[in-house]
Ligand binder design. Structure first.
Ligand SMILES: [Zn+2]
Length: 384
């Protein structure tokens, strides 16, 4: 055996020498190598030719259709997400707008519906909500969104906060499970919310919570903690193992890829979108590039690209952008920067993160899953 190994290794050394020689001298071989790199990885210039989804945007007015126009140029299709924040903007209104733009831009937009929390403490709330969702799904909604007001604002008849694992949501969750309609859940907030502004890890969070102090939980120590929010979500998942669940914003576990990995292991029917939290992956990449890279490869079937683009977003506000061309250019730049992060190994600096980090240079098939295949798999209605 020893002899064979000895023999074969010297043979291979000899062979590699020949290969090296040929490689150094033959332009043909060099071209072949370049071809191979092209097949395995995308480059910046592939951005336009790859069909992509941004599976989490908020389009509310005719003005916002500028995102659809830019998306068409950049080869993106969009999922417009309805959010119930208050009775001032009803789910019906939001749905009507989605249906209108879907008509106007066929094949370019899909939408996730939501439901009202008005009258939550009344007996007929559940039946009304189920009827609304049923209608909304037959109108074309491919998912249902719940927002952080469940857990942070909604109160029961005793004045206690209602969390997502409350039994009064069970009928709705069962209904979605039966219909195989995914629940898109923005539950809890980034962990930064429980820190003072100057200790938050990324600029996006500092801007958002400065502008929205009512969600800056550091100032409300009596309200449920970060862990309380995550635990309620996890209990809901444990109670509904067959529900297809997409955790918006990296499932509110944006601060640590290992913590997120644990949940993905624990709940096989859970995926996450990356909306407005890619900066948290970039922040972690400053000190733990390998960990972030390995996470993205390991969970390549569970990650869905999204940005949370909307005209009111804090980065657009902070830059004072108001003109359609400026906003279109902004969304183009956001999309391009993310593409650079996922496909290249360039050293990068971005507005939301202090410090330099290297791009992830993910294999093509992983990039395809993050930008397209996973969206189509986890939102079965997307491709119809
Ligand atoms: Zn959003």
């Amino acid at each position: 055996m020893k002899e064979i190994i000895g023999h074969s290794s010297s043979f291979f050394i000899h062979l590699s020498f020949i290969v090296l020689l040929t490689f150094c001298t033959s332009p043909d071989k060099k071209n072949q190598m370049n071809e191979q790199t092209k097949e395995t990885f995308y480059a910046m210039e592939d951005f336009n030719s790859v069909r992509k989804y941004d599976a989490h945007v908020h389009l509310r007015t005719a003005f916002d259709t500028l995102f659809i126009r830019q998306a068409a140029k950049d080869n993106f299709r969009l999922m417009n997400v309805s959010v119930y924040t208050s009775p001032d903007r009803t789910p019906e209104e939001q749905e009507n707008f989605s249906l209108k733009i879907m008509d106007q831009y066929p094949g370019k937009v899909a939408y996730a519906t939501t439901f009202s929390l008005e009258g939550f403490n009344q007996d007929d709330w559940e039946s009304k909500t189920l009827a609304y969702l049923d209608k909304s799904i037959s109108n074309g909604a491919i998912a249902v969104k719940v927002w952080k007001n469940i857990g942070m604002e909604l109160k029961d008849e005793k004045g206690e906060l209602v969390m997502i694992d409350d039994e009064r949501f069970e009928g709705i969750l069962k209904f979605l499970t039966e219909k195989n309609i995914p629940l898109l859940g923005h539950l809890g907030e980034p962990k930064n919310t429980w820190l003072p502004l100057d200790e938050m890890t990324v600029q996006g969070d500092r801007d958002y919570f400065r502008e929205n102090p009512r969600y800056h939980m550091y100032n409300f120590p009596d309200l449920p903690s970060y862990e309380d929010q995550i635990n309620a979500r996890d209990r809901m998942l444990a109670n509904n193992p067959d529900l297809r669940f997409i955790g918006a914003h990296l499932g509110s576990l944006e601060y640590d890829v290992n913590e997120l990995g644990k949940r993905l292991d624990q709940y096989p029917n859970m995926a996450v979108d990356m909306a407005e939290r890619i900066s948290h992956l970039q922040y972690q990449a400053i000190t733990n590039w390998q960990g972030v890279h390995d996470f993205l490869v390991k969970y390549q079937d569970r990650l869905i690209y999204g940005t949370d683009l909307r005209t009111g977003a804090s980065d657009i506000q902070a830059k004072g952008l108001t003109q359609p061309e400026e906003i279109m250019q902004h969304s183009h730049e956001v999309w391009l920067r993310h593409w650079e992060f996922f496909t290249t190994d360039e050293e990068m600096e971005v507005p939301k993160v202090k410090g330099k980090f290297k791009g992830m240079k993910l294999p093509r098939e992983v990039v395809d899953k993050i930008y397209r295949n996973n969206a189509e798999k986890w939102y079965p209605g997307l491709n119809q």
